[in-house]
Design a protein around this ligand. Structure first.
Ligand SMILES: N[C@@H](CC(=O)c1ccccc1NC=O)C(=O)O
Length: 307
């Protein structure tokens, strides 16, 4: 089946936007509909904090586990039962915040509903900018996955979920070269939520101030370009990729998700695309605290169907 996409060589659509409009399109809080931008960002922090405190008090967990020697290379593991069991599916979560804000300590959104259904959740920290560069973050995420595979070799599957900038980091793992890590992680699925896959437009926005990405850095770290060039299925055959975007995400975020999905299809990946109704860029992730949220259900049914 021919999947429609941009013809090679055609000008990228974002290049036709004015500097002001580009800034607007890549500032997710300007597109929220139910509350103001500032109130939304506060609520996101508050709900993340609250969910994290709650699961740390109620779930069996291993907190601040080092996956490398760096100060920031830590992860939290939350278990479904009373014991730190091994033969479980593990869902690793990568928080968003434009690679410059957020932390694992306010990002345990999906922990309660997933652990309630028998899935262990790992919330991964990485060094955000300006401390970390994008190349370092990608390397850290790669090592965190190798670490979990090594620690739990009898796992029932590793699933990777990322939000926004975290979805970018997760998507880069579709292209990871595991040979130098001496372990092949049992990756069975990717849940990419409101992500950015082509970083080039970011270079021309104020979001780039702490990141200091050159156009070359952006291209080297863009899964959209890397997959277009590879057009192959780099990972195991039984790996599913769910690309989702919020109904109220900006048109550029919609375009990025749709084009990434189309490229995945062309590369032979088992990919699907869902626009999640009635949510903005932040509601899409904080609603994962709810068992009956449509995206929580999609994640759970993907993981549990595989068992
Ligand atoms: N300064 C941005 C914040 C932002 O983009 C963001 C915040 C929390 C979680 C994800 C985000 N976006 C992408 O990583 C804004 O105002 O929308």
């Amino acid at each position: 089946m021919e999947v429609p996409g941009r013809a090679t060589g055609a000008e990228a659509p974002w290049k036709q936007l004015s500097a002001e409009e580009l800034e607007n399109q890549y500032c997710p809080s300007r597109w929220v509909i139910r509350r103001g931008a500032e109130e939304t960002l506060k609520m996101y922090t508050h709900l993340g904090d609250k969910a994290t405190k709650k699961v740390r008090a109620t779930r069996k967990s291993l907190l601040h586990v080092p996956y490398g020697d760096g100060e920031g290379e830590k992860l939290d593991i939350y278990f479904p039962g009373e014991v730190a069991a091994e033969g479980l599916p593990f869902c690793l979560f990568l928080h968003g915040g434009y690679w410059q804000s957020g932390s694992k300590d306010m990002s345990a959104f999906m922990v309660e509903p997933l652990t309630a259904r028998g899935v262990a959740v790992v919330v991964v920290a990485y060094d955000i900018a300006p401390k970390g560069t994008l190349d370092q973050m990608i390397d850290q995420v790669t090592r965190s996955i190798a670490f979990v595979q090594r620690k739990y070799p009898c796992n029932e599957g590793l699933y990777l979920c990322g939000h926004s900038a975290g979805a970018h980091l997760a998507a880069m793992m579709l292209l990871a070269n595991w040979t130098k890590h001496g372990v092949t992680p049992n990756l069975k699925g990717f849940f990419l939520v409101s992500g950015i896959y082509d970083l080039e437009p970011i270079v021309h926005t104020t979001q780039n101030a702490p990141l200091l990405l050159t156009p070359e850095d952006a291209r080297r770290n863009s899964p959209q370009l890397l997959l277009e060039a590879a057009l192959a299925r780099p990972s195991g055959p039984a790996c599913r990729v769910l690309v989702t975007v919020g109904q109220h995400d900006s048109p550029e975020f919609h375009r990025q998700s749709r084009e990434f999905f189309q490229t995945l299809c062309r590369g032979g990946w088992d990919a699907s695309f869902e626009e999640i109704p009635d949510v903005d860029h932040f509601e899409i992730i904080w609603s994962l605290t709810q068992q009956d949220f449509v995206l929580t259900q999609m994640i759970l049914s993907t993981i549990l169907r595989e068992l």
